[in-house]
Design a protein around this ligand. Structure first.
Ligand code: 9MG
Length: 279
């Protein structure tokens, strides 16, 4: 199985990839305001690469529940200096975390290779045509609702089956818009229109998505479901996230998105060492 993202190509199976998060936002839930200065954001990304990140995900609009939408101009103002500088400074692919086709296009032109789209449930295909034209990688994430509404009583009959059906239908639509399957990674969207119970069911069911034969991407870093389940404040959720990362790697997830790169690399390498000796 191959994941193609412009000049980059990942042939799986290979050790789990860690994607480092760089939020260029004033209001993200755990690191909002830390990397608003482009120089600080770039230095943080470089540190993550040194720690073993093999993809850097740059975002300029918070996706946390209840976050206020950001206009395109402001989002571009936040992310573009970072994307432009990273293009010349890191050897790993840069991903643009955006729901806006205009931001995706500008970021791809400036050197990004992947579009991380938490609004893959979109109805029009402008975003996908841009991804197709650039031959970029595309993260197709499941979300029920919008950041403003998604945590207001999310309902599923069978969350694992419904997310699986969403992926099948999106792969078909992406293909129709010119995005081939080998450009797509799938993400169940932990915390995006899901209760703690839904998130746990998706974690427990991760292996079922491997039958789609696309790389699976997964993010739980510092998320509130860990806090709700274990009573941990946002600064104290790393052990819970590392347990999920190890579990996900064992279940066949290929890419883990995290704020805590060094710790996550260690967790997944440990898991892989055990898996290699499983009888
Ligand atoms: C932007 N963002 C926040 N959480 C995320 C997650 O779990 N997956 C992806 N793909 N993006 C996310």
């Amino acid at each position: 199985m191959t994941f193609r993202a412009r000049q980059f190509s990942f042939a799986f199976p290979q050790p789990t990839l860690v994607m480092g998060i760089v939020n260029v936002t004033p209001d993200s839930f755990s690191d909002g305001g830390h990397f608003l200065d482009p120089a600080a954001a770039v230095a943080h990304a470089e540190k993550q690469v040194e720690q073993g990140a093999e993809i850097i995900d740059v975002g300029g609009e918070s996706t946390r529940p209840g976050a206020q939408p950001v206009g395109e101009e402001e989002e571009l103002r936040r992310v573009m200096p970072v994307i432009e500088q990273l293009a010349g400074r890191v050897k790993v692919p840069t991903s643009i975390d955006t729901t806006k086709p205009g931001v995706a296009r500008a970021a791809l032109e400036a050197g990004a290779s992947i579009v991380n789209d938490v609004a893959a449930s979109r109805t029009d295909d402008a975003m996908w045509r841009i991804v197709a034209q650039a031959q970029a990688g595309y993260v197709c994430m499941h979300r029920q609702g919008t950041p403003q509404t998604m945590q207001v009583n999310p309902v599923y009959t069978d969350v694992v089956a419904e997310v699986g059906d969403f992926f099948v239908e999106r792969l078909r639509r992406l293909n129709k818009s010119g995005v081939s399957a080998d450009q797509v990674a799938l993400d169940v969207g932990i915390g995006f229109g899901k209760t703690v119970e839904h998130n746990l069911q998706l974690l427990a069911g991760l292996r079922s998505f491997t039958k789609l034969e696309r790389p699976l991407l997964f993010g739980v870093s510092r998320k509130s479901f860990i806090g709700k389940l274990l009573g941990a404040d946002v600064a104290d959720r790393l052990p819970g996230a590392l347990a999920c990362a190890g579990w996900a790697a064992a279940a066949g997830v290929q890419i883990i998105r995290t704020h805590d790169v060094a710790e996550t690399v260690q967790a997944v390498r440990m898991t892989e060492a055990i898996l290699a000796r499983r009888q």
